[in-house]
Write a protein that binds this ligand. Structure first.
Ligand code: NAD
Length: 432
């Protein structure tokens, strides 16, 4: 009989909340027993939401680790550049760890965390939620079965739609590496690079090149008539696809980020929100006024694997629809699919047919969004937490299980791809 896993949230923000909700759906499996967050509003909000005793609410990790260990694990949902500083002490204290991606923002941090996990013999799982989705798990199974033969090429892309792009990577906290320490390829698409490395893990990446740039944003591209705040002084509000009123009031896009400034405020009315967008809310500012300090809005990475296979991944911000596509070609057939449709086509060589192939369309019928019953990222968010709980209960790691060692390779690929893009050269990846 599996035991209930107890967890402390370190960084009780949006992502920690997403994972912690499993304790509502499966109270027999997960209980949140502690909160660490320097923000008193967030500490109270999340502490009350998960019924955490006052004595188990801490303002910093240093205070938390003063106490004897009182839970099985930590769920670390701090921002990217705080992951190492807030994870090493909890590993040293003996907690297992579910850590958000990217787990490190440079190569030195990758090694620091890997070493801390090793010396404490703790289980560390990284929040690469896509691996846990039915869609990518089904694709992985075809590769493990050998259905496609030897892989010649893997093509992947992630299209980030214009309003997600504007909210997270232009107006939001991931707009600039100076702010969040992670370029967009790391912050957004380390998931996709991780998927490629996971699907191709019977070989290793050897050479990388990469190109990219900022095509759409930044003050240089601001239309001359545009104002400074959409709802205050902009004559283009009606025609602009980034208009704050439409995005954040009418369509209520990304409320967890846009309305963070109203956390704990008694007045959450539309009038209060409108006032916020007109005055001090960054999401009410003109989308072109943000300095992005060299962050790209599109980037392509090319990989040469040691097996001789090649891979390409393109991250393209500004599309009409968010979409992840994958096309794998092997010596026996192909697989082609779109994550958001939760369906793919398996196309096998069939020499006896006049067309030369047979198509099998597979619809996994998974619907999932940020609030859906199945959880965010398709069914990935929910599956990751349940998988982590099983892992802590001593079950064998599943095929999805994103251990630190696996994730290390995909992080190194991202860092080398950034180097390749900045230097305009082909970079060798020497994996030890
Ligand atoms: N897996 C995914 O698909 C996915 C999606 C979005 C974000 N993320 C990642 O999740 C992480 C958190 O993102 P978020 O949007 O939830 O951030 P957030 O800002 O909502 O939450 C971060 C929390 O950490 C707290 N904090 C700050 N300093 C701290 C410290 N020293 N110790 C403890 N807590 C501290 C903040 O007060 C805040 O409450 C990031 O690394 C992000 O890249 C992952």
């Amino acid at each position: 009989m599996d035991k209930q896993i107890t967890a402390v949230l370190v960084g009780a923000g949006n992502r920690a909340d997403v994972y912690a909700r499993t304790s509502f759906a499966h109270p027999e499996k997960l209980k949140i027993v502690g909160i660490v967050d320097p923000d008193p509003v967030r500490r109270k909000l999340m502490g009350d939401r998960y019924n955490v005793p006052e004595t188990n609410r801490f303002a910093c990790v240093e205070d938390f680790v003063q106490r004897d260990r009182f839970a099985d694990c930590v769920i670390n949902g701090t921002m990217d550049h705080l992951h190492i500083a807030t994870s090493v002490p909890v590993l040293d204290k003996g907690y297992h760890l579910l850590l958000e991606k990217p787990f490190a923002v440079n190569e030195a941090e990758v090694e620091t965390l890997t070493e801390a996990a090793r010396r404490n013999d703790r289980k560390v799982v990284i929040g690469h939620v896509l691996r846990y989705t039915s869609f990518y798990k089904a694709i992985k199974q075809h590769l493990l079965n050998g259905d496609l033969g030897r892989i010649i090429s893997i093509e992947m892309c992630e299209h980030v739609n214009y309003f997600h792009m504007a909210t997270s990577y232009v107006r939001g906290k991931w707009r600039s590496e100076k702010l969040c320490f992670a370029p967009m390829l790391l912050a957004k698409s380390c998931h996709d690079v991780d998927i490629m490395m996971w699907l191709m893990n019977d070989t290793t990446p050897a050479l990388l090149s990469s190109f990219g740039g900022d095509f759409q944003y930044g003050p240089d591209r601001k239309p001359p008539q545009a104002g400074t705040r959409c709802m205050v002084d902009c004559p283009l509000e009606q025609e602009c696809s980034y208009a704050a009123r439409n995005a954040y009031l009418s369509c209520n896009r990304w409320p967890a980020y846009v309305w963070r400034c109203l956390d704990g405020a008694p007045d959450q009315s539309m009038e209060r929100k409108e006032h916020s967008l007109k005055t001090d809310n960054p999401y009410g500012r003109c989308v072109w006024d943000f300095e992005r300090d060299g962050n790209v809005d599109h980037q392509t990475v090319m990989v040469q694997f040691r097996s001789g296979a090649t891979g390409t991944f393109s991250m393209i911000g500004g599309s009409a629809r968010s979409e992840r596509n994958i096309h794998i070609i092997g010596t026996k057939g192909e697989l082609k699919g779109t994550f958001e449709d939760s369906s793919y086509t398996l196309r096998l060589r069939t020499p006896e047919k006049s067309s030369g192939y047979t198509d099998r369309f597979i619809d996994l019928k998974i619907s999932g969004d940020k609030t859906g019953e199945k959880g965010g990222h398709g069914d990935g968010d929910r599956n990751l937490v349940l998988d982590f709980i099983d892992y802590l209960n001593g079950h064998a790691p599943t095929v999805s299980c994103t251990t630190l060692e696996d994730s290390r390779i995909s992080h190194l690929v991202v860092f080398k791809a950034m180097e390749a893009m900045y230097t305009g050269s082909v970079v060798t990846l020497d994996l030890q």
